[in-house]
Design a protein around this ligand. Structure first.
Ligand code: KG4
Ligand code: ZN
Length: 335
């Protein structure tokens, strides 16, 4: 049986990545060039700087990914690419690159939603079984997605304001931490205790939506107040209290979704899926459900990468999806 190889591009934010994926679930290569260092001094991703880095990196990543996978363009079945959501200038670099390869080698071009990609990072752990619910938590999104079947995505709940990762990064700035602060705060949280009793938003609302801006404000007010009265706060306790509030809300709304929808799997994915507190919280939650399996994206594939785009692209391609050379970046793409 012929192996199906997908070449995938990801450039929606601050990582340039190119991967070669076999049969939708084996990574032959997954080259990631991160720009984090260039954005650190600005405390966040500067779109124009990101675009320029992508342009410099993408051909190098492509060459490395092909070499590492030990394949030629003739071996490929299709080219997959993230076309949204994300930064428009950044997305355009991946989209243009994928078009070039597809056109030059007469290969189908498969457009992939970045968030579908995040979900399919879990595919490298094990098979996805439907129906499923995905808790998608990243720097730009926080949403619960119902998947009735393969290649079908329905948002059932989402954040009304900040994404979870965005809240981590913003409070990280207040603590003087470098961008992105999520991992750092996660580590600090494990050295502290939940002593500050920060708010848990929207717990009483009968929906699957989230809100993190109130928590962020409560956190910032606490820190600023302490500065004014010259009181020294335990930063590990601050981190632990913030994290516990985020995890409590994410777990609670996920529990509501599991009670309302009959599913076989709960998938955890997105950059914040690397959070140890959240992983532990969902392990505990899933213990209450004998028939539902928790499928967590592998730690090394939670952040942005092209392997996950190749896995989602493989499924889209099998379902007959493709684009022509008029494909454009869509910065506010939704499911
Ligand atoms: O998915 P991702 O790599 O990029 C987007 O598509 O947004 O997610 C990046 C986000 C950042 O906000 C970062 O602070 C957060 O994921 N993050 C974490 C952890 N690791 C990364 N947040 C909490 N705990 C972590 N361990
Ligand atoms: Zn992402």
């Amino acid at each position: 049986k012929k192996r199906e190889l997908i070449l995938a591009f990801e450039s929606s934010c601050d990582e340039t990545s190119v991967a070669v994926i076999e049969d939708g679930n084996k990574i032959l290569s997954n080259v990631v060039a991160t720009q984090v260092k260039s954005h650190k001094r600005f405390g966040g991703v500067v779109p124009e700087v990101a675009s320029r880095h992508h342009i410099e990196q993408v051909t190098l990543c492509l060459a490395d990914a092909m070499e590492e996978a030990k394949v030629t363009y003739n071996d490929l079945s299709a080219v997959a690419v993230t076309y949204g959501p994300g930064l428009v200038g950044a997305l355009l670099v991946g989209v243009a690159s994928a078009k070039v390869v597809a056109y030059a080698h007469n290969l189908p071009l498969i457009p992939v939603n970045h968030m579908a990609g995040h979900i399919y990072a879990a595919r490298f752990k094990s098979e996805i079984k439907f129906p499923a619910i995905a808790l998608l938590v990243s720097g730009g999104h926080t949403e619960l997605v119902y998947m009735a079947r393969e290649n079908s995505y329905q948002i059932i709940g989402e954040t009304r304001d900040d994404a979870a990762g965005e809240a981590y990064d913003k409070i990280g700035r207040v603590l003087g931490l470098k961008y992105p602060a999520g991992k750092n705060i996660d580590e600090m949280a494990h050295e502290g205790a939940d002593t500050f009793a920060f708010p848990r938003a929207m717990m009483k609302e009968e929906n699957f939506d989230f809100s993190f801006s109130g928590l962020k404000s409560a956190f910032i007010n606490t820190v600023h107040h302490a500065e004014q009265v010259n009181e020294k706060l335990n930063v590990n306790d601050l981190a632990a209290s913030f994290q516990q509030s985020v995890v409590d809300v994410l777990v609670y709304k996920t529990e509501r979704a599991l009670n309302d929808f009959s599913v076989k799997q709960l998938i955890l994915a997105g950059g914040v899926a690397a959070n140890q507190g959240l992983r532990d919280g969902l392990d505990e939650l899933i213990g209450k459900y004998s028939g539902i399996e928790l499928l967590k994206a592998p730690l090394n594939l939670c952040g942005d990468n092209a392997a996950m785009i190749g896995a989602a692209g493989f499924v889209a391609w099998k379902n007959g999806e493709s684009a022509d050379l008029s494909l454009n970046a869509d910065p506010s793409l939704e499911f």
